[in-house]
Design a protein. Structure first.
Length: 395
């Protein structure tokens, strides 16, 4: 199938009528389409072409949808992982595809995708729809905190009608939500994220949006002379050293090597200079904390944070986040995304500390639609899908 072309400056953004054809697109056309979709609802960094170069053991395809005129209406980065000993693949669209989820003709998007991936040897497909489902303000979450409490026990401030509609449409077509309807699910990407809206706000608005403890800690970092700077690739070894300390202290393991972060920094910034930044907090000449930030269009993400065990009283991480928040605002971003938070509201749960820390920025918890899977028809595909599910459960 010939590659689709894109003309973003003159593209007709109306909802297309009639069937959409799907085919491979060039990286240049793909990136041009992403650039045409900015704002808070813009594409995830997991859907940029460069992300595929970070996934060892996966191959990938860049696909695009469009009417016969050729203008792109949507794109998808599809990662393909071979099932051992077969020529069959698990197809994964992390936080994708980048498509018009408000289009009532969902089959015009998904049917060509399923046909294409089945022809490519996929035994199952997993995707991550973009619409949000529910939102809770920081004040609502704080008021709902208590022993044994979870987010599902608290009435959301907002239920996104589009998110609810897309979920119903996917269920009706046989898609299965990963982990069922359980609150934590079995998604590869976080189902609950924490976001700080930036559009229409001033730096003073962001400052007053911080809670009292955060403002006190930022002032304390300033008083102690904590210096925040944007680092370079040469500073990644210090970041990774602090990350290992953080993992040991907080009881988790990302399993990422220094080489992984060096490659991530190189490929993301080669695709778009400044896409990935490394922020450093120094006190008396020593790097005490380091955080990474990723920018795509109108969205900015705090990706990974690391900090030392000592001199925590000078609050280097608060200083870093405040600087990153201000920089995201200066870049014209519509939202600053602090990524995943747990669903527990029980202060006695160790995981709740992460949520409590992010709540201090004054943003909101956003429940995404999570990830959805579809096994391909056929006895052999169904058997491979069950085996793959068992493999994931063991991991």
């Amino acid at each position: 199938m010939s590659a689709l072309l894109v003309t973003p400056a003159h593209a007709d953004r109306r909802t297309p009528t009639g069937p959409l054809r799907l085919g491979p697109v060039t990286p240049e056309a793909y990136r041009a389409f992403l650039a045409s979709r900015s704002g808070a609802a813009g594409p995830s960094f997991l859907q940029v072409p460069a992300w595929a170069r970070l996934k060892d053991g996966w191959c990938h395809q860049l696909l695009g949808w469009g009417p016969e005129s050729g203008d792109l209406r949507g794109v998808a980065l599809v990662l393909l992982r071979a099932f051992p000993g077969t020529r069959k693949y698990f197809a994964y669209l992390p936080e994708g595809p980048v498509a018009d989820w408000a289009d009532p003709a969902l089959d015009d998007w998904l049917d060509p995708l399923l046909r294409h991936l089945r022809a490519s040897g996929a035994f199952a497909v997993r995707l991550g729809p973009a619409p949000a489902y529910r939102r809770w303000s920081a004040a609502t979450v704080k008021a709902g905190t208590g022993p044994g409490r979870r987010l599902s026990d608290v009435l959301a401030d907002e239920v996104d009608p589009l998110g609810a509609l897309v979920a119903d449409r996917l269920r009706a077509r046989g898609w299965r939500r990963c982990g069922g309807e359980s609150e934590d699910g079995a998604d590869a990407q976080p189902r609950h994220v924490f976001q700080v809206p930036l559009a229409g706000r001033t730096p003073d608005d962001l400052w007053t949006g911080l809670n009292q403890e955060w403002r006190r800690n930022v002032r304390k970092a300033r008083k102690h002379g904590v210096e925040v700077t944007v680092g370079s690739a040469a500073d990644l070894p210090d970041f990774h050293r602090l990350l290992r300390i953080t993992e040991d202290r907080d009881g988790f393991r990302l399993g990422r090597s220094l080489a992984y972060y060096e490659r991530q920094y190189a490929v993301l910034n080669a695709e778009s200079p400044g896409r990935m930044r490394l922020y450093l907090a120094r006190h008396e000449g020593e790097i005490l904390a380091a955080h990474t930030m990723i920018t795509v269009g109108g969205r900015v993400w705090y990706q990974t944070g690391a900090s030392a065990d000592h001199r925590r009283e000078v609050r280097p991480s608060n200083a870093l986040q405040w600087r990153m928040l201000l920089d995201a605002h200066a870049l014209g971003a519509d939202v600053y995304d602090l990524r995943g938070v747990p669903s527990t509201l029980d202060p006695g749960d160790r995981a709740h500390g992460l949520l409590r820390w992010k709540l201090g920025t004054g943003g909101e918890v956003v429940e995404t639609l999570g990830e959805w899977e579809m096994p391909m028809p056929g006895t052999a595909n169904q058997a491979l899908y069950r085996a793959f599910q068992a493999y994931l459960a063991r991991r």
